[in-house]
Each structure stands twice: as C-alpha cells, then as structure tokens.
Design a protein around this ligand. Structure first.
Ligand SMILES: *Cc1c(COP(=O)(O)O)cnc(C)c1O
Length: 356
C-alpha cells in the first residue's frame, strides 16, 4: 500500500534472554498506530518507536469500555522465513468485534499488510528457540474526550509485538478446572462473541476464586440455564467422548476461535468425527461415569492446546485420562504447531509468508 509512515527507533532496547521470555512481558522497538476521525475515516497509518501514548483522561475507552483486540503469532522457520498463521481470520474477527461494539470497520487487507510491515521492521525480535514466537496484539480503543454515552467519534488502532516463550516451560501439563456455577462470562445477545476487554473484566472474579481454591481456570456454563458448556478460561473447549470429538456450537456467547476453527478442520481432514452442538455439563459427567470421556482440552492462540486433567463441579471431581494429555490432543498440538513453524506441510493453506 505504501501508505505507512515510518519513524525509526533511535534507541533500540537490549533483547531479552530467549530462554526466559515468559508471556507478554517484553515489547519490541516499534508499534503501528492509525487514527480514526469521524468524517475522515482511518488515517495517518504509521510505524513509530514503541513508547507510552498520551490520552485525555476523558477518553471514552476509560469510561465506557469501547475496546477490542486480537491475538496472533509470527514464527521464524529453520530457514529463516517468517510465517503468520491465518491473519485473515483475525482481521475478519476484529471487524465482527468492531461491529458489535459500534467501532468503525477497518480495511482487513491493509491491516494484514501493516502487520507484515511491522513484523519486518522488528524481525530481529522474533525468537527462534523451540516453542517461542512473536505474539502480535492489535487493538482498538475509543479516544474521543467526552463523558456522554454514545459511540465514540475518534479511535486509535495500535499494534504491539511481544516475543513470547514456550507456553509450557516443562512440557504440556494438564490443568485442574473448576466448573463455574455462580458467575457467567457472557450471555447470548451480549458481547461473548466479540473479543473485547469487557468480557475479560467480567471473568476475573471467577478466575481469582478458582485459583484460591487450587484450580488454574474455570469452565464457563451458559448464562441462562447454567447447564451447557461454553468455554474454558479464555479458550474454546473440546471433549472426546466415545471416539467422537464434541465442541459447543457457536451460539452468540462463545468466541469463534481461530484455533477452534483450525482444530475442527484438521479433525475433518483426518476423518475423525467432530460435532458442534450444545454439550451439557451433566452429559459430560455421565460420560465420565460410564467410561467414555476420553480427552478434554482448551484451544487458543497462546497455548494452542491446553489439556484438562481434572474437572470439579460443585462437590463432584473427575480425573480425565488419568491426568495425562490424550493421544489426539497431542497429535493436534504437534500438527498445529508444526504447520505454524513450517516443519509440517501446510496442506490447508493457513500460513502467510512475510516477505523480506
Ligand atoms: C481469543 C479467545 C479465544 C481463542 O481464540 P483464538 O483465535 O483461537 O486465539 C477463545 N475464547 C475467548 C473468550 C477469547 O478471547
């Protein structure tokens, strides 16, 4: 597009030790910014040094929470190529989130080019050690200085980059999950299918309480009947029951995960039966009781696959696959990460090369 201004960072930072990256703690030398003004549209796309931004305390995002975000990753392959994983899906979803929060749409193709350009500028920051990657965080915030309630007239679209470590420093560890029967994350008609800050704010209380009781996350039930499974933490969720893979159908309160979509496509390509439908928590505990609950795992960009080793629902506790990662879960993890890093053939055409 050639419409992105560039200001080089004259004070590049020292890069962190690749073996101690953690997640979301380090940021690269540059960021992408673009402004939106009513009547003018999105304008002034630029890549500038990573730095604090100045906002009016009256900026609407601080008061009414108009904020959406995305998360995707860039990988360096063993032949020094840079790959993105399905960035078109992220930009498409960003526009769906924008629509739900009355934020103006962005040009998806332009933004993929902008992300590529930013990744090229900070390519030296992409870690290469096993399991590491460059996490890309695009987000949009409402910046109009105004305390009345309406959709903001001004916005900022920012993209920041963070080199991240292997999600599982000691190999994949199945986690203990508490089924949340009091709090709800989202309801149909609400914002559950949008990737927005408010959904995360709504989820924190339950997460804190689960962690206080020794669980790493919560399994969310539907907000109306509290019977049907929605998501696990901020991941989509899958169960293998009697040879068939089940995942809650997208019902308006579940986020349409790119990893979820990819897992379903892979399973179909392997002829493993996969069904998107309502799954009740009762059905799942019954499947465990009759010995047919074989595997359970969450899916999301950060961890790809996160196996569930234990589920607690009120006073009932079940252990899945003896607390170990299941065979299919492991195969899915190896396949998705292999495609992402270019070690496996990308038969479904998911990776996008960032040209040098
Ligand atoms: C981001 C997110 C996911 C996972 O989506 P991916 O595109 O696979 O990373 C799942 N649930 C929620 C609530 C999320 O915010």
């Amino acid at each position: 597009m050639g419409k992105i201004a560039f200001e080089q960072n004259q004070h590049p930072k020292q890069k962190p030790d690749q073996s101690k990256l953690g997640f979301g703690k380090h940021f690269t030398d540059h960021m992408f910014i673009m402004d939106y003004t009513d009547g003018k549209g999105w304008h002034d796309a630029r890549i500038v040094p990573y730095a604090p931004i100045a906002l009016e305390p009256s900026s609407m995002v601080f008061h009414y929470g108009q904020a959406v975000f995305e998360g995707l990753k860039a990988y360096k392959t063993s032949d020094n190529e840079i790959l993105l994983f399905r960035p078109d899906k992220n930009m498409e979803r960003l526009n769906k989130s924008n629509d739900r929060l009355s934020i103006p749409a962005i040009d998806e193709e332009f933004m993929i080019e902008a992300i590529k350009e930013l990744v090229r500028v900070d390519a030296d920051w992409i870690p290469v050690e096993e399991g590491t990657s460059l996490y890309i965080r695009p987000f949009i915030i409402a910046t109009e200085p105004f305390l009345g309630v309406h959709a903001s007239h001004n916005y900022m679209f920012i993209v920041i980059l963070s080199p991240v470590g292997a999600y599982y420093a000691e190999g994949i560890q199945p986690v203990k999950i508490n089924v949340e029967s009091h709090y709800v994350r989202a309801v149909r008609g609400g914002m559950g299918s949008a990737k927005t800050a408010g959904n995360y704010a709504a989820s924190l209380r339950a997460q804190v309480e689960a962690q206080e009781s020794g669980y790493s996350q919560v399994l969310w039930l539907d907000g109306i009947e509290k019977k049907y499974i929605e998501e696990v933490g901020s991941m989509n969720v899958f169960f293998k029951v009697n040879g068939e893979v089940l995942t809650p159908e997208l019902n308006g309160s579940i986020l349409d995960g790119v990893t979820r979509n990819s897992i379903i496509a892979l399973l179909k390509s392997w002829n493993v039966p996969v069904v998107e439908r309502r799954v009740s928590i009762e059905e799942l505990f019954e499947a465990h009781a009759n010995g047919t609950l074989e595997e359970a795992f969450g899916t999301g960009t950060a961890a790809v696959i996160s196996p569930i080793g234990e589920l607690n629902w009120d006073d009932k506790n079940i252990v899945i696959n003896e607390g170990n990662i299941g065979e299919l879960s492991q195969r899915l993890y190896d396949t998705v990460t292999g495609i992402q890093r270019g070690t496996l053939a990308d038969t479904l055409g998911w990776t996008v090369k960032v040209e040098k």
